[in-house]
Every structure is written in structure tokens, then in C-alpha cells.
Design a protein around this ligand. Structure first.
Ligand code: TYD
Ligand code: MG
Length: 465
């Protein structure tokens, strides 16, 4: 008979190793592996379950409860679905508790019972915030417990339509090993809550902390358990907060909601189209505009560059809100393919308003901003630039070009600089097409060629022409 040996299971992440080790190779925690008998799963075939043709399966109507915040509803796909579990992730200070308290209040005001469990803050701290936000309502019940059993007891007693748990990392379940916030605790708590939510048709919203690398605190491990995952994101130094749905079983993904953090909490931003722009009137050097797509929502975004003579042996290149690697690459392409010179120049590039634009659609606008700053020639302010720049200096189409152009037309821009491959509608814009970066620069800077050429010679000649 084969001798049954033990295996070692990590109390943090549940990883199983054939033998005991000091450190878990999966989550890299020390001293978390414990020996246990291996699980031998022998299951008998069960015949009680049936399968049916997909066309006979009832559709099932999802009742949605609006949250009182139009931008949150937009991201969720029209409100919270009964029985669904939503995870709102974000760095500490992003505004998760604020958002959840405001939504709880709006739902409680419509006569439904909301149970807001804060495991991080005392009831009086939450009350203080509620006073500030003006979110007091008798149907909004507040509790401060960190034991999952106690939370479930409260759910049993009050039968809320919505349970808010702030945050999933601070509750712990007695039946599970590990510390609160550890992977196995977070996973076990979320799994139990999900079961209860489905059984009671109770909407559940979990707040979860995400650190910069998105790893440590656990929400990533919950993504497959919950129905909807939203991330609240925003620069600490700006009032703007963006809410993105990265997973949504009941609505669209890629939708983005824009909020402003004010003294009275989060406020919907009505027309986000112009949020990331200065005024369109004053011509300024080193400034270009593109339409960044946040999910499916195009946002006009100003890109700025400052090219200055450097006194450093190793000139500085910094990018804020933009991809630093991409900046280096584009500078190299401008030098090699468009005969620009940035030697001995410090280069600073930035997006405006705290928006992070990492997509390649911003390439062309960034190149225009760099050249504009380098040559001291401002761009016309009613122009938007859209295009990815390849290593050969060729311009490539970007995803959703037409949607972006439509938004640019709506916002009152007059011209669009595009890759030559675009053959869609103009949306009342003058289309300036170019196959190559050098050609695109010719469109923008040729009118002021005298001053531009004074700075560098032969700058706009297209190597492919
Ligand atoms: P909070 O919702 O506590 O963030 P999280 O739960 O994600 O950690 O609040 C985040 C920040 O927002 C906090 O630094 C204070 C600020 N804030 C306001 O500016 N106005 C307000 O009305 C509130 C409630 C908070
Ligand atoms: Mg909080």
C-alpha cells in the first residue's frame, strides 16, 4: 500500500507545497506553511443536475438601485444590482469611504435599509464625516465591527437591501486561519459574503485598499469572486477622482466616472470633456491637445513639454502623467526621423489636471509639444493631434479614432492632425493627414517656418518624400 505523506499548506495564500518550507514560494511570506494531510478528492457522479439549451434559459431581470451619484451609476451600468457584490478598490485616501457613505445615504433616503459596517473607523468618526457630507438618514444603520460573524449577525437582524463593508481587509473570520488582511482571510470573508449576498438578494459593496503595486493588500485576489470591480483613482494633489470598472458582470467595462473631491464630498463632474485643458485662446509654446480615451470615454487632454538648455552633464528627462519610456523613445524618433536636435536639453513633459495618459494615442501630441517648445513656435489652439508614432517615424491609427474625433468636434475644435490611413467622417473638423511624423510637423509649423528654421535647419524634410 502506498504510504500517504503530508503536504504543507500556506495559511496566507493557500498554496500547497509537497513538503514543509520556511518561506512560501507563492506569496513569499515567512513561517506560514503548516503540514496537513493531503486532500484526496474522490467524488461520485451525481445525476440530480440537468443542463438545458441556452435559448431556454430565462434571461432574469436585474433590478437596479440608483446610487444618487450619476457618475457612479454610469460606471456600474445604471445602479447597484440586487444580490451583486461590488468591490471598490483604491489607495488609502482616494475617497472610497466618502463615496460609499454618499451612495449609502442616497439609497437609504429612498426608503431602503442600508447597513454600513465600518471596520476601520469608530461610529463617531463615521458620524462626523456624515455630518460634514450631510448624509444623515434613519434608514442608514451604522456599525463598527471587525468580526465577520458579527457582520453576518447584523445582516440577519436588519435584513438590509444594501450592505457596505469598509474595508474587506479589516474584517476577519474565526473559521479561517491567518491575520485580517491576509490573503486567506480576505478570500474567505469575501466568499462568505458573496454567498450571503446571493442568497438574500442583498447588494453588497466592499471597499478594498490597493497599494501602488496593486499587490499587497489583496483586492486583486478577489476579482474572480465578485461581480463588479471598480477602482477609484486620483492624484492626491488634485481634486479629480476617476472611477473605472475593470470587471462588470452586469454592465459595461471601460466606463469611467469623473468626480471632484470638494469640501462636501465627491461631486459628479458634468462635462468632463474639457477638464484636462487650459483655455483654448492663448497660444502657448510647448502645448498640444489630444483626445485620450479613458475606457470608452474620450477626454480632451492637454500635453505640455518644456525643452530647456541643460547645464547638466546628463540632461534631465522627466514625464509626469505620461510614460517616461515613451518620452525617451519619441525624442529619439524626432531626432532620427525628423531631424530635430535635443542634445544638451533638459526635457520635461506632463499631462494636465492629474490625468494619466499612458496610451500611444498621445504620441503625436507629445511630439508636437516637444517640437513647439524646442522651436518656440506655438501650435494653433483649435487643433487636436491623434496618432501613434512608430520607430520609423510613421504615424499609426489609434483605437476609437472616430469616437475621439466626434468628441473633438463637439468640444469646438476646428482641425485634427491624423495618420494618413484615416478615411472616416470628419465630424466638422478640418482633417490634416500625414503618413509620417515629418509630414505632420510640416502641417503644423510650416506657416511659421521662418522662425522655426532659424533655430534648426532642414528640420521638416520628410526622409521618405
Ligand atoms: P476617504 O473617503 O476617507 O478615503 P479612503 O476611504 O479611500 O481612504 O477620504 C479621502 C480624502 O478625502 C481625505 O484625505 C479627506 C478628503 N475629503 C474631502 O476633501 N472632502 C470631504 O468631504 C471628505 C469626506 C473627505
Ligand atoms: Mg476609508
Amino acid at each position: 500500500m502506498a504510504k500517504s505523506s503530508t503536504v504543507a499548506r500556506c495559511a496566507e495564500c493557500g498554496h500547497i507545497e509537497p513538503r514543509w518550507m520556511g518561506r512560501c514560494p507563492s506569496c513569499e511570506a515567512w513561517g506560514t506553511l503548516h503540514e496537513q494531510a493531503p486532500v484526496t478528492a474522490v467524488r461520485s457522479a451525481r445525476s440530480a443536475h440537468t443542463a438545458m439549451p441556452i435559448s431556454d434559459v430565462p434571461r432574469g431581470e436585474h433590478e437596479r438601485t440608483p446610487t444618487g451619484l450619476a457618475e457612479l451609476d454610469r460606471v456600474l451600468g445604471g445602479g447597484l444590482v440586487g444580490g451583486s457584490v461590488t468591490l471598490i478598490g483604491g489607495e488609502p485616501g482616494a475617497g472610497k469611504s466618502t463615496l460609499l457613505l454618499q451612495a449609502s445615504h442616497a439609497i437609504a433616503s429612498s426608503g431602503r435599509t442600508v447597513l454600513y459596517v465600518s471596520a476601520e473607523e469608530s461610529p463617531s468618526q463615521v458620524r462626523l464625516r456624515a455630518d460634514r457630507l450631510g448624509t444623515l438618514s434613519d434608514a442608514l444603520l451604522l456599525a463598527s465591527v471587525s468580526d465577520l460573524g458579527a457582520v453576518l449577525g447584523l445582516v440577519e437582524r436588519h435584513a438590509p437591501a444594501l450592505l457596505v463593508l469598509d474595508s474587506i481587509q479589516t474584517v476577519s473570520d474565526d473559521d479561517t486561519a491567518g491575520t485580517a488582511g491576509g490573503l486567506s482571510q480576505v478570500r474567505a470573508c469575501a466568499a462568505k459574503l458573496t454567498r450571503i449576498a446571493k442568497a438574500r438578494q442583498m447588494s453588497t459593496v466592499l471597499a478594498g485598499h490597493v497599494t501602488k503595486d496593486g499587490q499587497l493588500a489583496g483586492p486583486r485576489v478577489l476579482e474572480h469572486l465578485v461581480d463588479t470591480v471598480c477602482e477609484l483613482d486620483g492624484d492626491r494633489h488634485h481634486a479629480l477622482r476617476l472611477l473605472r470598472a475593470t470587471k462588470n458582470r452586469f454592465g459595461p467595462v471601460g466606463e469611467v466616472g469623473c468626480f471632484e473631491m470638494t469640501g462636501a464630498g465627491l461631486v459628479d463632474v458634468k462635462d468632463a470633456g474639457r477638464l484636462f485643458m487650459g483655455d483654448m485662446l492663448t497660444p502657448t509654446t510647448g502645448v498640444a491637445v489630444t483626445l485620450a480615451c479613458e475606457g470608452r470615454r474620450p477626454l480632451a487632454c492637454e500635453v505640455q513639454a518644456l525643452v530647456a538648455d541643460s547645464t547638466l552633464g546628463n540632461p534631465r528627462r522627466t514625464a509626469s502623467g505620461l510614460d517616461a519610456q515613451r518620452l525617451n523613445l519619441l525624442v529619439a524618433v524626432l531626432e532620427q526621423r525628423a531631424q530635430m536636435r535635443f542634445t544638451n536639453c533638459d526635457i520635461y513633459a506632463s499631462s494636465v489636471g492629474g490625468l494619466r495618459v499612458m496610451e500611444p494615442a498621445v504620441d503625436l501630441a507629445l511630439c508636437l509639444a516637444l517640437v513647439s517648445s524646442r522651436t518656440n513656435v506655438p501650435l494653433r489652439r483649435d487643433l487636436i493631434a491623434l496618432g501613434e508614432v512608430g520607430l520609423a517615424g510613421e504615424l499609426r491609427m489609434v483605437a476609437q479614432t472616430e469616437r475621439r474625433l466626434a468628441e473633438a468636434g463637439r468640444l469646438g475644435f476646428k482641425a485634427a492632425l491624423l495618420p494618413a490611413a484615416y478615411d472616416g467622417p470628419a465630424h466638422s473638423l478640418q482633417l490634416l493627414r500625414a503618413p509620417h511624423l515629418a509630414g505632420a510637423l510640416g502641417h503644423c509649423f510650416s506657416t511659421d517656418a521662418t522662425s522655426a528654421r532659424a533655430a534648426t535647419t532642414d528640420r521638416w524634410s520628410d526622409p521618405n518624400a
